[in-house]
Design a protein around this ligand. Structure first.
Ligand code: ADP
Ligand code: ASP
Ligand code: MG
Length: 438
């Protein structure tokens, strides 16, 4: 039995948290491969080490002194080293980072040092081998992740190690330079390691006792999700449930390795298990609700649009030429809307509108400030009346629906509402399907 365990930022925030980590690992000898994040917040006003590392680099780039920020980072690591009673030559490590920064180290390199130093400390504390992920987790020269090569590298490197700690979040480019995943990417590293060693379980230890049916910062004490399919989880995390990085599902799903989300501060709680198939015993219609703010919708109207061959392709190709990924395309007979995240079009909104209007001879109506909310559940597909209930709940809460889209899997219903209605809409849906059902 092999378990790969990933500990997130709050689980390694200080020596007290690391003592909990050690207790968890000591409790089960199957927990052989450990992936760590950089230290996160110890309390809500605290800083995440990763943010501070980016800040150092930003200061450097703007010719503002960075030494105070680096000092804060160094102090946190040195305190952990001291309190754990280990010696990893932290002073020398910190000095090297300072030098590298002065010699033009990249922002990715700086950010990666958070997990690098944490993995060094954790390995020393647990008595495990330290294995760097640079050179193992690899990207091509354009920065695209190389899946198969990474898998081979990790397999070979871990083969000779009974127990090891690896830093999450980063790997390297062909020239050896460091490249990170997007934020929260240590979850992906954990998943890659789990696949490479053929783990029986990928445990993802964080600060909540599993996946909850809604973001706990929006809904008060949401119901925990005991079991969820990879597919549902991917929808939820992509749509904004930030517990697990949305791309962390792929590597383990290939080999059917279950993911178990657990709470470092409440290790006796079984948390959430994510797997391919979940026996339907809960009777719940929906599994969870998640969403994100700040989308824009380009509404396009044209008589007889649906009989015009190639129309949609021509619209989409305009977005493609601006490198804009499209999230949703709700459509009617004579209308189609293209919904995209604001930050992906910000600089080109007027250009895109003009180009669509000119090339397709249509009128475009722009709506900004849209929040997109997905209500996800494998139990929805065969059940009539689910969308009616959802729309009703929003109507009763006086929330105007700006867009509706249903995934082809019939496993989710997506609605767009005003940014200002975001939290109220999630609460209304939650109450309709969860609170009032029980
Ligand atoms: P880590 O640093 O361990 O990777 P994250 O901060 O990335 O942890 O993820 C855990 C956080 O995700 C929780 O503290 C919680 O605030 C947030 N969260 C958002 N949506 C959900 C949800 N549906 N269920 C549980 N937690 C959620
Ligand atoms: N430390 C990185 C971040 O804050 C990666 C991670 O925690 O997963 O995004
Ligand atoms: Mg995370």
């Amino acid at each position: 039995m092999i378990k790969v365990v990933k500990f997130g930022g709050s689980s390694v925030a200080d020596a007290i948290q690391l003592a909990k980590v050690k207790a968890i690992i000591d409790e089960d000898p199957a927990r052989r491969y450990v992936v760590v994040s950089a230290p996160g917040k110890r309390f809500s006003a605290d800083n995440k080490i990763t943010d501070l590392l980016y800040l150092c680099k930003a200061h450097m780039d703007h010719n503002i002194g960075y030494s105070q920020v680096l000092q804060v980072i160094g102090d946190r690591y040195k305190a952990i080293e001291l309190n754990l009673g280990v010696n990893v030559n932290m002073d020398a490590e910190l000095q090297k980072i300072d030098e590298d920064l002065r010699n033009g180290a990249s922002s990715d390199y700086m950010a990666s040092r958070g997990e690098y130093l944490m993995a060094k400390l954790t390995a020393a504390y647990l008595g495990y081998d330290f294995i760097d992920t640079a050179g193992l987790v690899v990207f091509d020269k354009k920065g695209r992740f190389l899946d198969e090569e990474t898998n081979e590298n990790l397999k070979n490197a871990l083969d000779g190690h009974e127990r090891a700690v690896l830093p999450g979040f980063y790997g390297s480019l062909p020239d050896g330079k460091i490249k990170t995943f997007s934020r929260g990417g240590s979850d992906i590293t954990g998943s890659l390691v789990a696949r490479a060693v053929g783990a029986d379980m990928y445990e993802n230890w964080t600060d909540v006792s599993g996946f909850l049916m809604a973001d706990p910062r929006i809904v008060e004490s949401p119901k925990p999700i005991e079991k969820v399919t990879y597919m549902e989880l991917r929808e939820l995390s992509y749509m904004g449930a930030s517990v697990l990085h949305e791309d962390a599902v792929f590597p383990v799903r290939e080999n059917n390795i279950p993911i178990n989300i657990r709470n470092t501060n409440e290790p006796e709680n079984p948390g959430t298990v994510i797997m391919a198939d979940v026996p339907d015993e809960s009777g719940d219609i929906i599994t969870g609700i998640a969403g994100r703010k700040d989308f824009v919708s380009f509404g396009i109207f044209k008589n007889m649009m649906s009989s015009e061959v190639g129309f949609i392709r021509r619209v989409l190709s305009i977005f493609e030429s601006y490198d804009v990924p499209i999230e949703h395309i709700p459509s009617g007979v004579d209308t189609i809307s293209i919904v995209v995240p604001l930050d992906k079009v910000e600089d080109h909104i007027q250009d895109i509108i003009e180009e669509i209007e000119r090339k397709l001879r249509v009128h475009v109506v722009l709506q900004e400030g849209i929040a997109v909310i997905a209500t996800v559940g494998r139990g929805m597909s065969s059940r009539p009346g689910v969308s009616g209930k959802l729309f009703n709940a929003l109507a009763e809460a006086n929330i105007n629906i700006k867009m509706i889209d249903q995934g082809s899997s019939e496993m989710n219903i997506i609605v767009g509402v005003d940014n200002d209605d975001f939290a109220d809409a999630i609460r209304a849906i939650y109450n309709a399907f969860v609170t009032n059902e029980n």
